[in-house]
Design a protein around this ligand. Structure first.
Ligand code: ZN
Length: 206
C-alpha cells in the first residue's frame, strides 16, 4: 500500500496537511461512500441479476440464495462474481456433459479448451476459470448438496467469513465440532484399548 502523504512543505511553507485523525475520518468516509455506491449499483441491477439467477439450475440458485441469507452484503459485494462463475459452469457442463469429460477438459491447454467449449468468456481470471470448472464438475456429477455448501468463488481471496460461506456458518462449526468430538472419542477408545492390552501384557509377564 505504501505510506500516505499527509503534509507537503514547499519553501518551508506548509501547503497541505491532515492530522492522523482527519486522515482516519477521510478513509472511513471513503469506505462508506464506496459501500453506498456498490449498494446503489446492486439495487439498480437487481431485476436483471435476478432474472439471470432464475435461469440457473436449481442447485446454483439455492447456492446463491444461501450466500444472501448468510451475508446481507453478498448482493452488493460478491454476487456478480459468483453469478459469472455459475453461468460459466452451466456453459462448460452443458458442452461437455459428463464429469469425466470435464476432468479431461481441465487438463487441456486454454486454446484447446476454447475449441471444446466456445462459450467460454474471454474475461476470466485464473480464479474464476478454475472455479467455474469446479462448479461444472459438481453440476455434471449431480452433487447438489455439495454445490449448496462448498466454498464461494471468492473465498480464497477474501476469506470464508467475509464471503458468507457455509464453512464459516454456525451450522458448519457445530458439524465440525461434532466430528472432532467423535474422532476424539474414537481415539480415546483406541488409547484405552491399547492401555488395557499393555496392562494385561505386563501383568502376564510378572
Ligand atoms: Zn469458503
Amino acid at each position: 500500500m505504501g505510506y500516505q502523504v499527509r503534509g507537503v512543505f514547499v519553501d518551508g511553507k506548509k501547503v497541505y496537511y491532515r492530522t492522523a485523525a482527519e486522515e482516519g475520518e477521510r478513509h472511513r468516509q471513503w469506505v462508506a461512500d464506496e459501500k453506498a455506491k456498490k449498494q446503489a449499483e446492486a439495487a439498480k441491477n437487481a431485476p436483471e441479476v435476478d432474472a439471470r439467477i432464475s435461469k440457473l439450475p436449481q442447485p446454483f440458485q439455492d447456492r446463491i440464495h444461501a450466500f444472501r441469507e448468510r451475508n446481507p452484503e453478498f448482493r452488493a459485494e460478491f454476487e456478480s462474481y459468483e453469478l459469472f462463475c455459475c453461468e460459466q459452469a452451466v456453459v462448460i457442463s452443458g458442452a461437455l456433459k459428463t464429469p469425466e469429460a470435464i476432468e479431461a477438459f481441465s487438463k487441456e491447454s486454454y486454446e484447446a479448451q476454447k475449441a471444446m467449449v466456445p462459450g467460454i468468456d474471454d474475461n476470466h481470471s485464473g480464479n474464476t476459470f478454475g472455479f467455474s470448472i469446479r462448479l461444472a464438475h459438481l453440476l455434471a456429477s449431480d452433487h447438489n448438496e455439495t454445490i449448496k455448501k462448498s466454498h464461494g468463488a471468492m473465498c480464497p481471496l477474501v476469506g470464508c467469513g467475509t464471503y458468507g460461506c457455509y464453512a464459516s456458518s454456525p451450522e458448519a462449526n457445530a458439524a465440525r465440532a461434532a466430528a472432532e468430538y467423535l474422532a476424539d472419542a474414537e481415539q480415546n477408545t483406541k488409547d484405552r484399548t491399547w492401555a488395557n492390552a499393555s496392562d494385561q501384557m505386563s501383568r502376564k509377564r510378572k
